[in-house]
Structure formats: C-alpha cells, structure tokens
Write a protein that binds this ligand. Structure first.
Ligand code: BGC
Length: 487
C-alpha cells in the first residue's frame, strides 16, 4: 500500500503542496444503457414510463449513445480518464430467455473495442435497473410474454448468472473489471416499497420490509454471488496484463446516515440500524457471508455461498440524511430516514427531521463532501478488500459549481488515501447528461448535451477540471487555489 505523508496533503494544501494520488489511481466516468443509449424497447422500464404519470418524459433516444458510442469513448479519452463505466442492456443481448442476439453481442464488442483501443479500461455493469420483459413484464396484455416475476423469484438470480457467464465468455478478452448489479438496495426499496421503480409496489404495511424488501435483497445478493462465480469461471483472460483476469464487484448506494438529535443514543442506534439495512447487510453478506435480519448487529442468516464474492467494495455516494428514532415504525428499522428526494423533503413535514441547511444540487440533495471521507473511513475499517467510488456527481447546469464539487470531494478522497485507506479510484457520474429516470432536467454530465442539436456534447468546466485532475493524477496548486476549501 502506498503511504504518503499526511501533513502536506490535506490541512496544509493551501500552503503550497499539490495533492498527489497513488500511481495507477482509477479516474473514470460512468453511464448506463437505458439512460444513454436510446430506443430500448424490450425491458420493464420501457413499459414503466408509459404507465406512470409521474414519469415526466420518456427516455426515447436518451442521448443517442447506442449510435454515438465511439464519440463517447473519445470524450473519455479527451479528458484523460483511464476508465469508463457503462452497462450492457440485458434485454438487448438476451431478448428471450436463453436466446442470444448475435448482432447485439457484436454491437457491445464494438463498444468495448472503441474503449479499449483508446487505452481506456472498461468497467462493465451487467444490470443497471432494467429487466428484460421475460424477467419482468408489467403489461401482459400489450406484450404476451411470460415472465419470471422479477427479483422475487430465485430463478431470476440463476438466469442472471447465465447472462453473466455468457458475457464473461464473450468479452473476457477485453474486460477484467465487472460490476454485476447497480444499487441493489434501490431496486429493492424503489420497486417494492416506494413504488418508484418497477414493479411499483407501494405498500407501507408493517410486514412489507421483512416479507418483501429483505427477501428481494437476499435474492439480489444471491444473484451477485452466482454471477461472480460465473464470471470467474468464464473470463480466464487477463485483458489489461496486470496478472488478474477478473475483478468482480458491484455498485451499491451508500448514504451517510447521521442520528438526529446527534447526541441521542437512541437516534444513534437507529442510524446504525438503517445503515446496516441499507448497505452493510449487502457488503457483509458478500464478504463474510452473513445477513443481519433483525439489525441487532449480529448476523442471523449465514451462507457460505455468499462469502468472498467481492473483489472490491464499490459504492455510489450522493446523500447525507438524518435518522430519527421512532419505535412505533415497523421493526426491524423502527426509525425514520429524513430523505429529500424528487421534491419530497421530510424536514418540511414536522416529523422530527431537522431543517436542511447548506448548498444543494438540482436534485435537492445536500452537498456534503466530508461524507465521502466518512464513508471511506467506515468501510475501510470494516472490510479488507479495496474500495472504489463507483459513482459520485452533482446535478447542476453550472460548470463552475461542478468543478468546486469535484475539488471539495476529491480533497476528502485524497485525505482518505493519505491516511492509508485502500481507495483505488473515483468514477464520476456521469460522462454526459442523460435521462434521469423520468426526466432530462437534472444535468450530471462532464459534457453538456444539446438535445436540440443532434445530441452534441460540449465539455463544461467540471469536465475540463476532471481532465486536469486525471492528467496530473493530482489536485494541482492551481486547482487548490481556484477552488479553496469552503466553510
Ligand atoms: C444511479 C444512476 C442515477 C444517479 C443520479 C445513481 O443512483 O446509479 O442511474 O442517474 O444515481 O441520480
């Protein structure tokens, strides 16, 4: 592990030292198929966006990346990133159960070639929220395809592993870094509690979490474990020549949960329960093999087939939310997460959540850079595998605000690295603006997309700065001066 003297790295950064990152640090940008490719008709989200009035605008052509993939790979290269995270659309390559579409498989081979031929390392995500219709069909009248019933069915996990094995055989010569599932907890919560994602269950009955959400989570954990085995068995080629043919992980959403009131021991216990439920249960299961059902800090469901299935901990960081202890709420959480999301802000509702303060993104999320460090510290104290930031980003139309966001967060990432935490990289969400699950309004891109003008991509100030950082593998003095630490 690389250790760098701490003194000149964080606190004294204003006093004349640039902040170097370790050699080989992963600098990347991310995207996902449904949000960028366009014309994806064979999955549940395509149905979902038609039957829900809260979906403002359908994805349509998204940002036309199915056509413009080579342009996108060039954009990655133009800003010196060494890595690109993208997803393969399962419903394209396997439109029917057990039937592979050779033309689509070839398409993604071309996508990969456009990435690897530029010396960029691909991070291939297998599942980013969308399911083929034969896995989850929301409208049997329109589309008479039998489905598996989505992630409630253990067969879906088995089928997912088949798909993973197939991709590992097809693309193993170009891919070493595999991410199985994007944000399992969001699939489980948004699909089976909040009703925001397919299949759209919005059931706040006391048993919904234990009887539905947790079993779905366990099935997703099993799906990852089976897929990891399939990838390890089928990708035997070390594509980047570093001595390893496969590095398998996933990207889980991690929220920094703080108790409210901060000094209240019961609120502190509530925050621990929520954190265990939200992300630790998944990471614990896939490292040590144990899932803590009742959130008392001790694993209840232990399975060796889950154990040792993560080569790295990958996490997406967007939110800092408070937690209020409310024993009357359903066990095992018995607490209220003070979320602010898509116009819903619990701090406004007089339910005990603190008022939100500080600067926000266009998603309404508090901008809390220190959170990334606190999460890194927490995860690296608990797990021995390396940690990768698989997503972090800001929705804003202001390139300078994005640049400041990057400087602020990367100072904290640097601090984590300088303290010896095994952080291997930072992947920004997202490369270009794209479809944000119902709307094109939030702009996350390092490149701004002109939807009126052939989806032209224009580098913004945030993207420019990401390029400077990746090129120097550091936060330069110029950047540190232009974007000073803010109180
Ligand atoms: C998801 C992305 C999404 C991003 C910004 C992440 O949770 O993986 O699909 O666009 O957040 O909201």
């Amino acid at each position: 592990m690389i250790t760098i003297p701490i003194l000149c790295l964080f606190s004294a950064c204003g006093s004349g030292e640039k902040l170097d990152f370790p050699p080989g640090f992963i600098w990347g940008a991310a995207c996902s198929a449904y949000q960028t490719e366009g014309d994806n008709f064979k999955n549940d989200w395509y149905q979902w966006e038609k039957i829900n009035s809260f979906i403002g605008t359908p994805a349509g052509k998204a940002v036309n990346s199915y056509v413009l993939y080579d342009t996108d790979a060039k954009l990655v290269k133009d800003i010196n990133l060494n890595s690109f995270r993208f997803s393969v659309e399962w419903s394209r390559v396997e439109p029917e159960r057990g039937v592979w579409d050779d033309a689509e498989i070839e398409h993604y081979r071309q996508v990969l070639t456009s990435i690897t031929s530029r010396g960029i390392r691909p991070f291939l995500t297998l599942h980013h929220f969308t399911n083929p219709l034969w896995v989850m069909n929301l409208d049997h009248q329109q589309v008479p395809i039998a489905d598996l019933g989505g992630w409630e069915n253990p067969e879906t996990a088995v089928e997912f592993a088949e798909y993973a094995g197939k991709l590992a055989r097809e693309y193993g010569d170009q891919v070493d870094y595999w991410l199985t599932i994007n944000e399992p907890i969001i699939i489980a919560l948004s699909g089976y509690l909040y009703g925001l994602y397919p299949p759209g269950e919005r059931v706040f009955s006391p048993g919904q979490i234990t009887q539905k959400v947790i079993p779905v989570m366990k099935n997703l954990i099993t799906a990852h474990a089976l897929a990891a085995d399939a990838i390890r068995a089928n990708d035997l080629v070390d594509a980047d020549g570093d001595g390893r043919a496969t590095v398998v992980g996933l990207a889980e959403s991690v929220v920094l949960w703080d108790p409210y009131p901060p000094d209240d021991p019961q609120a502190q216990a509530a925050a621990r329960r929520l954190d265990q439920f939200y992300s630790k249960n998944l990471f614990d299961s896939l490292t040590a093999g144990g899932f803590d059902d009742n959130l008392d800090g001790v694993a209840d469901d232990t399975r060796t087939e889950w154990q040792g299935r993560l080569d790295f901990i990958g996490f997406n960081y967007y939110n800092h939310w408070y937690v209020v202890n409310i024993p009357l709420l359903p066990a095992p959480i018995a607490a209220l997460p003070c979320i602010s999301f898509r116009g819903l802000d619990l701090s406004q509702l007089g339910v005990g959540c603190p008022a939100q303060i500080g600067e926000k993104s266009d998603m309404g999320y508090e901008i809390y850079p220190e959170g990334i460090y606190r999460i890194l510290k927490d995860l690296s104290g608990r797990y021995t595998v390396p940690i990768l930031i698989t997503e972090n980003g800001i929705a804003t139309t202001d390139g300078e605000k994005r640049a400041q966001f990057l400087a602020d967060h990367l100072r904290w990432v640097h601090r984590a690295v300088s303290e010896g935490m095994n952080v291997i990289g930072y992947i920004y969400w997202s490369l270009t603006d794209n479809w944000e699950w119902g709307t094109f309004t939030p702009r996350f891109g390092l490149y701004t997309v002109d939807y009126q003008n052939n989806y032209e991509r224009q580098l913004n100030r945030g993207g420019e700065m990401m390029g400077e950082i990746a090129e120097c593998n550091c936060l330069s003095l110029g950047i540190l001066k232009r974007y000073p630490v803010r109180k």
